[in-house]
Design a protein around this ligand. Structure first.
Ligand code: ZN
Length: 281
């Protein structure tokens, strides 16, 4: 915003797009909210809210968040929907049966015009109970979801995915005329990532292609301002794997050392018993 650079690339951990207004977000098929997707704070929504609030006098009125993680950005959707007063329904089990409580929920980023000035788009895997089981295709301002079915033909996947962005999302983004674009970018849609269970099936060139498309829109409407917020769930997996391997190696080493120590201790005793037996004939 100081004019020193046009675009920003933020590598952020923990990821955030499953964190909603009250933390966990549930869906019809996932009433417990599952693992909460490793998310604690919705980083991309915080960034968009900050930009809209703090830089409103520097030309940032309209902010768009594009989410192409393989999972639906259910937390970001909940936060964007919470820009208007809504009613939240929670059901709690008690000794006398389930109790349902309704409470108002409303968290504006700037003012009552938020809904008109924020756009959230998510293109993600959808169906067969794929986490988080929400995000059916549909446009309901300020949210635009594209639920993507399981890949049948990996060779066709990239072309279909690009067509969906080109024909469905980009026109909506251009019509919205954002002042700043945020890319909520999870890389788990890559065909070699097992987290996607066969949904989306992207390649490196698809990410490059989409980024170029978004930058083109940013160059027209946003003076080139585009922020890429990359979530790195993979770091958690790698760290866990490394820790497990280290623990297994250390335990194996300790066990081996114990066995050797026992052997060293018992060998002289066995030898002594053997000699004693020989003496007694
Ligand atoms: Zn994901």
């Amino acid at each position: 915003m100081a004019g020193e650079c046009q675009n920003a690339f933020c590598v952020v951990r923990p990821p955030g797009h499953h964190a909603g207004p009250r933390g966990q977000v549930t869906a019809e098929d996932d009433p417990d909210g599952g693992s909460h997707g490793f998310c604690l704070f919705n980083n991309v929504a915080v960034a968009a809210a900050y930009a809209r609030h703090m830089y409103r006098h520097k030309g940032i009125q309209r902010v768009a968040i594009l989410d192409f993680d393989v999972h639906h950005g259910n937390g970001t959707e909940a936060l964007v929907r919470n820009l208007e007063p809504t009613t939240v329904t929670n059901t709690f089990p008690t000794l006398f049966g389930d109790v349902t409580l309704e409470s108002p929920s409303y968290k504006p980023w700037l003012d009552e015009t938020d809904s008109d000035n924020v756009l959230f788009v998510s293109l993600h895997g959808y169906g067969h109970g794929f986490y988080p089981s929400s995000g059916r295709t549909g446009a309901d301002r300020p949210v635009f979801n594209v639920g993507w079915p399981l890949c049948k033909d990996k060779n066709q996947a990239s072309r279909d995915w690009r067509t969906a962005w080109r024909n469905a999302v980009m026109p909506a983004l251009k019509d919205f005329k954002p002042d700043m674009i945020f890319l909520s970018c999870g890389l788990d849609g890559h065909r070699k990532d097992e987290m996607n269970h066969g949904f989306v099936c992207l390649q490196e060139t698809d990410y490059e292609w989409l980024t170029e498309q978004v930058v083109e829109v940013a160059n027209v409407h946003c003076q080139g301002q585009c922020v890429v917020v990359v979530v790195v769930v993979v770091v958690v997996v790698v760290v866990v794997v490394v820790v497990v391997v280290v623990v297994v190696v250390v335990v194996a080493f300790v066990l081996l050392a114990c066995l050797l120590a026992c052997a060293c201790l018992w060998l002289p005793v066995c030898f002594f018993l053997f000699v004693l037996c020989c003496f007694h004939g």
